[in-house]
Design a protein around this ligand. Structure first.
Ligand SMILES: [Zn+2]
Length: 402
């Protein structure tokens, strides 16, 4: 973006009101970007985002939101509500934010920009709240990288009555559509029996052998897997010394598929492979599935409004993202109309979940994109607040009606 967001004429409808949203984002720019940089510099992993949640709550309270923290059972979840001043009934538009980091890497997924842009969108809408019906519902959603915090928040009732959920995600390209894979974390623990590895190894039962067998089985299994399925893992405990037969090993796997039914098949087969490895090594196995992220239900109505608003700022949608990971925003998409658009914060080709992407998440380009994302989320929300027919159209899409 060569120009500031406040210099652009936004898309119809209501370009004047949208321009005020852009100006409100620009006016709060320092506050929004300070939040992004603070979160980036202090990465906190899933379920431990205490500083980030505190800072976000502080900014929202300053802008007139009634803040609930924790919201539901997750200590770092936030719900912050600002009622529109027009009274009566109106939609409840969910402005979402993520803020967890990756273990050992930091903000390699750029969630600091999501936190800041979600807060920025909420601040901008708050600036015109007197003219809005309904409620601005900011939802701070922890634990996207592991544990699917949004699934827990859905179970806690925090998405009840929400008419639409909007969440920007940073990327190396810009596209409104992606096809996230159903995904789940699986912890596998093998239990064996210690023995001296040289003097009496026959007395032991080797939990590392079991783990190696499991990885080998998974490797062979890949030939029979559909090409769009993903199975990947790391060994977190592999024994304590070379001269002790390992009595305990632990791995963290992830299973993924774009097809929810096939995904259930993957889980069954994976369990069988782990049990077979235990049987072969006379060890025992514990397999714990985390409860995971689902595939995503697209919403064409909301997608088209995002693309139209983004186009005014020179954003050309690059078509559906062909390389999807997984997100618990998928779970939200089965509860209410949802979009999860991506905008570039880094040069094309920058891999996600990498040091390169982490460093990109605090550059001037990321900052510009964060403010743009805040503006676009607020503008799409404004359209929903202003036009009951648009909300109804999004729900018709959601229900699969023509
Ligand atoms: Zn992410």
């Amino acid at each position: 973006m060569a120009r500031s967001i406040a210099d652009v004429t936004p898309a119809e409808p209501q370009p004047a009101a949208k321009h005020r949203l852009a100006a409100a984002v620009a006016a709060a720019g320092d506050e929004i970007l300070d939040l992004s940089h603070r979160i980036h510099a202090d990465p906190e992993v899933a379920f431990e985002e205490e500083h980030a949640a505190g800072w976000i709550a502080e900014v929202l309270a300053r802008h007139g939101f009634t803040v609930e923290r924790p919201a539901g059972r997750l200590a770092t979840a936030i719900r912050a509500i600002r009622a529109g001043g027009r009274g009566g009934s109106g939609p409840r538009i969910g402005i979402l934010a993520e803020y967890d980091a990756l273990p050992g890497l930091g903000h390699g997924c750029g969630h600091n920009t999501m936190a800041a842009s979600g807060v920025g969108a909420a601040i901008a809408l708050a600036a015109i709240a007197d003219e809005l019906p309904g409620e601005i519902v900011f939802l701070g959603t922890p634990a996207e990288e592991r544990g699917s915090g949004k699934a827990i928040m859905i179970a806690d009732g925090l998405f009840e009555g929400i008419d639409a959920a909007l969440l920007f995600h940073p990327c190396d390209r810009s596209h409104v559509q992606s096809f996230p894979l159903a995904s789940e974390d699986v912890e596998v623990v093998f239990h064996g029996l210690q023995a001296h590895a040289a003097s009496d190894p026959w007395m032991g039962r080797n939990a590392l052998d079991a783990m190696i067998l499991l990885f080998s089985s998974v490797g062979l299994w890949r030939q029979q897997l559909r090409t769009d399925a993903r199975v990947h893992g790391i060994i977190q405990e592999g024994g304590t010394a070379a001269n002790i037969i390992p009595e305990r090993t632990r791995a963290w796997f992830m299973l993924r598929s774009p097809d929810q039914a096939y995904y259930e098949h993957l889980k069954t087969r994976f369990r069988e492979l782990a049990e077979a490895a235990a049987l072969a090594t006379a060890t025992t196995v514990e397999i714990t599935f985390s409860g995971g992220a689902t595939t995503m239900k697209p919403n064409g109505t909301l997608e088209r409004r995002w693309v139209a608003n983004a186009a005014a700022y020179g954003i050309v949608d690059q078509g559906p993202d062909p390389n999807s990971g997984s997100t618990d925003m998928g779970n939200v998409s089965w509860v209410c109309p949802t979009i999860h658009p991506e905008l570039a914060i880094a040069p094309e080709g920058t891999p996600g979940h990498s040091i390169l992407f982490r460093d990109a998440a605090a550059t001037p380009q990321a900052d510009e994109t964060t403010l743009l994302a805040a503006t676009l989320v607020a503008q799409v929300a404004l359209e929903l607040f202003s036009d009951p027919a648009l909300v109804e159209a999004a729900w018709r899409d959601f229900r699969g009606e023509a």
